[in-house]
Design a protein around this ligand. Structure first.
Ligand SMILES: CC(C)(COP(=O)(O)OP(=O)(O)OC[C@H]1O[C@@H](n2cnc3c(N)ncnc32)[C@H](O)[C@@H]1OP(=O)(O)O)[C@@H](O)C(=O)NCCC(=O)NCCS
Length: 221
């Protein structure tokens, strides 16, 4: 779908994946590396949250392909997202499930390194957060990780002054619909035949965000 030169569409077209927008956001003051600080206080105990980088691409692609087998984004697409100023690629690293305590001399808090379990890609543009991707590794689903990551995205967005969050979801994705509804998103539109098969509709969902200060001053971004 054509895009205005140098200006991303307000409603990103997810059928074709990422990598087809401009590299610079229109008037955004968002800096991706601030998001960890903003969101970090809201995550589950013992979970780590950080911006993902090219070294994480194998783990991202593994989750992506398992989660969206019909239309996975490409490596190049994720790289483009990592380079865009207004885009964030955020990863969640929960503690491994079968934890063995670290030896007393080992230091480091007692948790072995955990692999990437979930990621989110989102844009902060013109007062709106566009949730482009949210996926949890199949073996780590139904543990609350999707909700934890979504909460981190929403919390960081509110802290950055975004007024609402918008997303599109397949009408036949009950897990995602239930997750978004549980956080207050409501259906605000329908895009007929939006997905690659031409038969599946996308539902547009919107959530008004409550402005949240950063403790007395403008954000670091
Ligand atoms: C949708 C997805 C991100 C949910 O992640 P998750 O970590 O399993 O979800 P959580 O454990 O945090 O569950 C949060 C809520 O989501 C809903 N939910 C999650 N999985 C569900 C399922 N299989 N069926 C129905 N509801 C489900 C429930 O409302 C759940 O709340 P509850 O546990 O109190 O009932 C995950 O299933 C996924 O990655 N799916 C493939 C990719 C995808 O569809 N992404 C969304 C695209 S818009």
């Amino acid at each position: 779908m054509p895009r205005e030169a140098g200006r991303p569409r307000r409603q990103p077209d997810r059928r074709h994946g990422p990598g087809n927008g401009s590299r610079d956001g229109p008037g955004t003051n968002f800096r991706a590396d601030t998001i960890i600080f903003l969101a970090g206080s809201d995550i589950m105990p013992d979970c780590r949250l950080r911006m993902l980088n090219p070294e994480d691409l194998p783990a991202i692609l593994s989750i992506e392909r398992a989660s969206f087998p019909g239309c996975p984004w490409t490596l190049e697409g994720f790289l483009a997202e990592m380079e865009r100023q207004f885009s964030a690629v955020l990863g969640l690293f929960p503690p491994v499930r079968s934890m063995t305590p670290a030896p007393p001399s080992g230091g480091g808090g007692g948790f072995p390194p955990s692999p990437l379990a979930a990621f989110a890609v989102f844009w902060l543009l013109e007062g709106e957060t566009h949730l482009m991707r949210l996926a949890v590794a199949p073996e780590r689903r139904r543990e609350g990780l999707g909700r934890t990551l979504l909460d981190a995205v929403l919390s960081a967005s509110a802290a950055k002054g975004m007024e609402r969050a918008v997303l599109e979801v397949r009408e036949n994705n009950p897990a995602a619909l239930s997750l978004y509804r549980s956080r207050g998103f409501r259906v605000t539109g329908r895009r007929r035949g939006y997905y690659e098969d031409g038969r599946t509709d996308a539902l547009t969902m919107t959530l008004d965000l409550v402005p949240r200060g950063l403790g007395g001053g403008p954000g670091p971004g």
